[in-house]
Design a protein around this ligand. Structure first.
Ligand SMILES: [Zn+2]
Length: 220
């Protein structure tokens, strides 16, 4: 019964549940689901689990003061969001999926909250709380990355690609080095596991064992 009232209601409730689990405030869930704030408060929160409160994010103001890592992670969230939109997902589901993917990529706590992601997505696509876009995804001519960029206007100024800035500063700034550590070296367990295969491949007879699991045949 896709499109029926009950399926629309189930979709809205599932979405509300997902958003609350990602830390969304009631205002954000209301805009994404259309459910009334009073109902959301009743359904999702209680004395032990209170909704986030305080001032809602204002990303146009935030963008001017955001540091390099915040701009990089904001770019990742919005690039994920737009990819899911291009795949045909409705905007609320695209935002939830993009945010989950972002969370899986970085160590907690996230620099971009779900409410911030909502505000950025709204102002990139001109949705929900935004009448028109004030951000866009720009493609960097130097590194090819997509990054969040402010559209020209009275209160916005274009800024350089944060990924290129990261590469330039990575080796010089210990805070960045700590956040983007080098991949760990192969563990001793892994080396011990691979060693017998390697030994067999370089066997004195020069024959490649037929039981070699997945490694390509050694050239002799
Ligand atoms: Zn770049």
């Amino acid at each position: 019964m896709p499109g029926s009232k009950i399926s629309q209601r189930v979709r809205a409730l599932q979405l509300a549940h997902d958003c609350a689990a990602l830390g969304a405030r009631i205002r954000t869930i209301h805009h994404l689901t259309g459910l009334r704030p009073r109902e959301l408060l009743y359904l999702l929160f209680n004395a032990h689990a209170m909704p986030p409160c305080g001032r809602a994010p204002n990303s146009r103001e935030w963008y001017h003061n955001a540091n390099l890592l915040q701009r990089i992670e904001a770019s990742v969230v919005i690039a994920n969001f737009q990819r899911m939109r291009h795949l045909g997902f409705p905007a609320p589901e695209a935002l939830v999926g993009a945010y989950r993917h972002y969370q899986s990529m970085y160590r907690p706590p996230p620099r971009i909250s779900f409410d911030r992601a909502f505000d950025l997505a709204a102002h990139t696509e001109g949705l929900w709380i935004a009448k028109a876009p004030s951000f866009r995804l720009a493609a960097c001519a130097r590194c090819g990355s997509e990054f969040l960029d402010a559209l020209g206007g009275a209160d916005t100024t274009a800024r350089p690609c944060p990924f290129c800035q990261l590469l330039d500063r990575h080796a010089r700034d210990p805070r960045l080095t700590a956040s983007f550590a080098e991949p760990p070296p192969a563990s001793e367990d892994l080396i011990a596991h691979l060693m017998p295969v390697q030994d067999l491949l370089t066997d004195a007879n020069g024959e490649t064992p037929s039981t070699s699991p997945s490694l390509p045949a050694a050239e002799t």
